[in-house]
Design a protein around this ligand. Structure first.
Ligand code: PLP
Length: 380
């Protein structure tokens, strides 16, 4: 058996007629830039998230940059200044903090919770209480692996210190926090439609969601060079549009997103059951609203890399998300602040391993993964 992390070919076969029809329609109408599918997708996702505004854009990374720029512009400047601080997790994809730097601000890395792997609200509070509150402008909680952050605690902190919240929902399309859709809780949400995401297109794509009409209006203008009128612009904008063809594919795949998220949750529960007796493994907790973009275990005895090699030899793909924390990367060396040692994030980067979680995985394939992991720990 050969088990990839994800099997996009299998998914395509499952949805083939919907996707082929969508692409064929684009070929017929030839409206490649801001064609009707872009608006249709924005409207569909807007309804799904129960938000006032959604704007499609060219990637999840740009969605974060666009939203941050919109917050800066709303507060009166084109860009943030390096004095302006934005709080986030060091245990995420580079793009989260890279976008902060690109918006002009300074990322403040705050440690994670060892169980959820998400930013620890108590640690945020501790930082803000130390007198830096006047410099902090916002928080970017990342719903890592599809697990919702504690939006109640983060919301209270944001309110107390007058901070905006930009949810990084790149890994959590369709996820919820207490019955509220992720991306609808903060002041804005940034989504990625990278092919491997829970809702992914056939290239790059992203979206900004918000209930704030002003943020929506600015974001929409920034996507198209920074003006309402393309030939007379107000802001330093981008060419960050979502391609019509990607929107059409996303519309076709949207039909399946809840089914696929449920399949992911089912696989996660099955893995948890199957792996429950292995002492060296800390399985993820099955939190309500989580959509398991990744199924990530922690290996407690320092044998993570050994297990990964063993699984590879048995043709089971795995990934380490992430082998380095952001504060350990050269790019953030003089561009970010680390107020407290990031002990939990560093520990996680050495212990986590994400297992295949292809929504269309068969029971036999899931069992093969479970049995092979058991074999590794029994034999040695
Ligand atoms: C947490 C997180 N934020 C942001 C991004 C950036 O999204 P994109 O790859 O669409 O630019 C990703 C994508 O990998 C991500 O996982």
């Amino acid at each position: 058996m050969n088990i990839p992390m994800l099997d996009l070919k299998r998914q395509y076969q499952y949805m083939k007629s919907d996707i082929d029809t969508a692409i064929k329609n684009c070929l017929e109408h030839q409206l490649w830039i801001m064609g009707p599918e872009v608006k249709q997708l924005e409207e569909k996702i807007r309804e799904f998230l129960e938000v006032k505004n959604c704007a499609g854009c060219c990637s999840g990374t740009e969605a974060i940059v666009l939203a941050l720029r919109a917050f800066a512009i709303k507060s009166g400047s084109e860009f943030f200044s390096s004095e302006d601080e934005i709080i986030t997790t060091p245990f995420t994809f580079t793009a989260t903090a890279d976008a902060i730097v690109r918006s002009g601000a300074t990322p403040i890395f705050i440690d994670i919770d060892p169980v959820s792997f998400n930013i620890n609200p108590d640690a945020i509070l501790k930082y803000l209480k130390c007198g830096s509150a006047n410099k902090a402008k916002g928080i970017i909680p990342v719903h890592l692996y599809g697990t919702p952050c504690d939006m109640e605690a983060i919301g209270e902190i944001a309110k107390k210190y007058n901070l905006f919240i930009l949810e990084d929902v790149a890994q959590a399309f369709g996820g919820k926090w207490k019955n509220k859709m992720l991306g609808s809780i903060g002041n804005a949400g940034a989504f990625s439609f990278f092919p491997s995401k829970n809702l992914g297109c056939f290239g790059d794509g992203g979206m900004v969601s918000t209930n704030d009409d002003e943020i929506a209006e600015i974001t929409t203008s920034l996507i198209k060079h920074g003006g309402k009128d393309k030939y007379n612009v107000q802001h330093i904008g981008y060419n960050a549009r979502l391609d019509t063809i990607q929107a059409s594919i996303l519309l076709a795949k949207f039909k399946y997103v809840e089914e696929f998220n449920n399949r992911r949750i089912k696989i996660a529960k099955r893995y948890n059951e199957g792996l429950s007796e292995i002492e060296e493994i800390q399985p993820p907790s099955i939190v309500e609203g989580a959509v398991f973009h990744q199924y990530t275990i922690r290996i407690k005895n320092g044998r993570r890399n050994e297990l990964q090699t063993f699984l590879k030899q048995r043709s089971i793909a795995t990934m380490v998300y992430y082998p380095f924390c952001l504060h350990q990367m050269q790019v953030f060396e003089n561009r970010a602040k680390v107020p407290e040692p990031l002990v939990e994030a560093e520990k996680a980067s050495k212990e986590v391993l994400s297992l295949p979680i292809e929504p269309l995985m068969t029971i036999e394939e899931q069992d093969y993964v479970i049995e092979t992991i058991k074999e590794f720990f029994e034999k040695r």
